[in-house]
Ligand binder design. Structure first.
Ligand code: PLP
Length: 429
């Protein structure tokens, strides 16, 4: 075999991205390397440099990269020519997922939901929830919350807070009225004062809402946790005013805050629940819209999508539920690791008063906000230089977001927190 000629000049392996990929690319601008392999909580770039991952696919990799307990059944399934694409046909893989989801997740929690497979992304679960709430109630108005994030398609954007993201729509985003999220007024205003008032006042001009959509902890909005009593108050308000309650658990579900569903701490049962990101467990696209049975008034095909039947995702989702949710070990370890992160963040708040830091979060969804809003991005950049991946959140990217895989080892967590603390101290200078 003739040897291939060596290229005359070595090309920058990253130049293809700036030449060919749209300006819309974003995460890669913060991390200007090309990643090649990833295992657990580590990613390796094409030059062999290893990074610790406190990003976890924005919450899509709660069980880490290429988790062996999920990879083995996936490889077996592909090797035996299991159905890959199935629209909404019955398949063995989907039947197993639905049975396992019922036995491992729904039944032990006393929850009875019908499962809709919308398109395979979070925003699809949200769109279908909004459509269904409108169909059930015959009303078009929605209530959303300040700093909410629900996805980038038009319906989801209409209930999303961020003005830059909303602006991308290019058309008016209508039929949603924002209400203050928990702690919007720094705890000085009684919960739901304005919401109750405009609902009851015939002169308020509020359109009668079909549903309220809420995150229990706002992820993109800046790691803002709502208190359990606030969530109970919201569920009670919805119940009294006959408004449907939609919980968007796309990012905080699948154990991110500890329990499988993030709303479990409040003891509430939302009418509709949106799940996506980590439900496949492997980073494969998959989403669920969970619907109280009496609300399941869809006509066949009234909401559909070509990739609803991503069967390899059903295989890894089933494996993840069996591996991690048959007992409470993962939940307990997530809460313990969350306390470890919180202790580090509180230590920084105390030792660096000049930065006006605040520690935020629940479970393993954690954040550190900076008085000077530019410092969170600088901290993320300093962390990257030190081999740690993390993103920022909040309306002005003022929060450094700490979201490791739930399966991160204690050693890796400590190592990452040390790098993080060092990065914060470096921007303080
Ligand atoms: C990520 C996210 C979405 C959108 O999910 P996509 O898969 O990006 O469409 C919706 N809601 C919340 C709370 C999210 O974090």
């Amino acid at each position: 075999m003739p040897k291939l000629a060596e290229p005359a000049e070595t090309h920058d392996p990253l130049s293809i991205f700036s030449e060919r990929e749209s300006q819309v690319r974003s995460y890669c601008r913060s991390w200007p390397v090309a990643f090649d392999t990833a295992v657990g909580s580590r990613m390796t770039d094409i030059d062999g440099k290893s990074y610790l991952d406190f990003f976890a696919g924005a919450g899509a990799l709660n069980y880490g990269h290429n988790n062996p307990a999920l990879k083995a059944p996936l490889l077996d399934y592909l090797a035996r020519d299991g159905v890959v694409h199935g629209l909404d046909m019955h398949t063995a893989a989907k039947a197993e997922f639905l049975r396992t989801f019922t036995d491992v997740v729904l039944a032990p929690r006393g929850l009875d939901y019908k499962v809709q497979f919308p398109g395979p992304t979070g925003t699809n679960a949200v769109e279908s929830a909004l459509k269904l709430a409108r169909k059930v109630t015959g009303k078009e108005a929605m209530i959303n919350f300040t700093n909410a994030f629900h996805g980038m398609t038009l319906g989801s954007l209409s209930v999303t807070g961020n003005s830059m993201k909303r602006g991308g729509a290019g058309i008016p985003l209508v039929h949603a009225t924002p209400m203050p999220y928990d702690n919007y007024f720094d705890g000085t205003v009684p919960d739901f004062l304005w919401f109750e008032r405009v609902l009851e006042d015939a002169g308020s001009s509020l359109n009668e809402p079909a549903a309220v959509i809420v995150e229990t902890v706002q992820g993109e909005g800046g790691i803002n946790p709502a208190r359990a009593e606030w969530l109970r108050g919201l569920a009670d308000l919805c119940n009294r005013h006959k408004i449907l309650l939609i919980v968007d658990d796309v990012q905080m579900g699948c154990g991110r805050t500890g329990p499988f569903f993030s709303f479990e701490i409040a003891g509430i049962q939302p009418d509709i629940v949106c799940i996506s990101k980590s439900i496949s467990g492997y980073g494969l696209p998959m989403a669920l819209t969970l619907i109280k049975p009496e609300l399941d008034v869809w006509g066949p095909g009234e909401h559909n999508g070509t990739f609803r039947g991503n069967n390899p995702a059903f295989v890894t989702a089933t494996a993840a539920l069996r591996e991690y949710w048959s007992d409470d070990r993962l939940e307990r370890s997530t809460l313990a690791k969350g306390e470890t992160v919180d202790a580090t963040l509180r230590g920084l708040v105390e030792t660096l008063p000049a930065l006006e830091l605040a520690a935020k979060g629940r479970g393993l969804a954690r954040g550190l906000s900076f008085g000077d809003h530019t410092l969170a991005d600088k901290t993320a950049a300093a962390a990257f230089e030190r081999g740690l991946l993390l993103e920022t959140a909040g309306p002005e990217s003022e929060v450094a977001k700490i979201m490791p895989a739930l399966t991160i080892t204690d050693g890796e967590l400590d190592e990452g927190l040390e790098i993080f603390a060092d990065a914060v101290r470096s921007v303080a200078r």
